[in-house]
Design a protein around this ligand. Structure first.
Ligand code: DAH
Length: 350
């Protein structure tokens, strides 16, 4: 690893390197893991259990050939620049999309598969962009026999199946959601489309897809076949599904986040599904208060909390006993409570 990091072509900061192997998408209790399972559930029900094979442990360091050439990204495409992509060495990168695995899986003979993994892009900063995020790639190969069962031109048939499958997926995830198809360009598909979902007052691009270029299929010795492919951003979809306002939250270890997600919580169509309840990003301010109990048997914590609530209102986040002292001489008890104050909308002063 150190040797790789020392390469003159390396532009991967330690902060980014440390994200390798975290594998948020492989945690069943994490929103990304929950979403991954929900999507797999859709493929199982639409095509039969296990008919799509899921790969979620392919390593994110790939060759520039896999990341770009194997999916026909032109030599002068911006995504090849060191400004956009993390280079580990001159000819290895942190994959910038899960499409990097299409060709090798096709070559291995896979015909229906999903690839889930972390992908890396140098980018600007806002609430929906993070340099490491997660994608799911899907590929379905149609045999000559399947293609001959229709009057439609093969490409139209494949396009149609692709779009209705993805609309079904959107419905499975979100129920009745407003969506639209936008014509797009990807080097690896023709025709190509993007699916957008209306969320929080704006159209959010959630996936790209299309009919796979013949040249890629031919590279895997598939000459009579056609295929569709799609790639979707898991964070974007999870933000819509659970109402998560900021992409950084996926990386937090804060229990106020993680405790809100459970492996079995997904409900098809989002019906009656628990949404994420926001908590403040502002820093807490602690005050410890201790007092002698006038009468030990009469004191209850709830009573104390009533007093704190009525005095400090919404600024209190937690009241917690941190020390209890018994003076044997006087036979008195003292309690020390830590009161955590935190505002939902500003940094508190001391
Ligand atoms: N790789 C594309 C991206 O990262 C997404 C994508 C678009 C994947 C079209 C596909 C596809 O498989 O067919 O933006």
């Amino acid at each position: 690893l150190d040797i790789l990091l020392d390469s003159p072509d390396n532009n991967v900061s330690e902060y980014i390197f440390e994200k390798i192997g975290v594998d948020l998408h492989r945690r069943p209790e994490h929103p990304l893991g929950i979403l991954k399972s929900a999507i797999l559930e859709y493929f199982d029900s639409a095509y039969g259990k296990g008919s799509f094979r899921m790969f979620d442990d392919l390593h994110p360091i790939v060759s520039t050939h896999e990341n770009f050439d194997s999916v026909l990204v032109p030599q002068d495409h911006v995504s090849r620049s060191k400004n956009d992509t993390y280079y580990v060495t001159e000819d290895t990168v942190l994959r910038c999309h899960t499409s990097a695995h299409q060709l090798s899986l096709l070559k291995q003979g896979e015909k229906k598969f999903l690839v889930t993994g972390d992908v890396y892009r140098r980018d600007t900063i806002d609430a929906t962009h993070f340099p490491v995020f997660h994608q799911m790639e899907g590929v379905r190969v149609f045999t000559k026999c399947e293609l001959s069962s229709t009057e439609l031109a093969p490409q139209d048939f494949v396009s149609q199946e692709l779009k209705s499958m993805l609309e079904g997926l959107a419905k499975h995830l979100f129920g009745e959601v407003e969506l639209r198809w936008v014509d797009a360009y990807f080097p690896f598909t023709d025709p190509s489309y993007e699916l957008e979902i209306f969320f929080n007052g704006e159209w959010l691009e959630v996936l790209g897809c299309g009919v796979m270029q013949k040249q890629i299929l031919n590279g895997a010795s598939l000459v009579d076949e056609e295929a569709w492919a799609f790639g979707l951003g898991l964070e974007r979809l999870a933000m819509v599904l659970f109402d998560i306002p900021d992409i950084r939250l996926f990386w937090t270890n804060d229990e106020r986040f993680s405790k809100q997600f459970k492996a079995g919580m997904f409900r098809s169509g989002g019906h009656n599904m628990q949404k994420f309840k926001s908590y403040s990003k502002y820093p807490p301010c602690y005050k410890d208060v201790s007092f002698w109990l006038p009468n030990v048997s009469k004191f209850t914590e709830n009573d104390l909390c009533e007093i704190v609530r009525s005095t400090a209102g919404n600024l209190v986040e937690e009241v917690k006993l941190i020390d209890e002292f018994h003076n044997p001489k006087t036979n008195q008890v003292s309690n020390c409570y830590r009161i955590t104050y935190r505002s939902m909308d500003r940094s508190l002063t001391d």
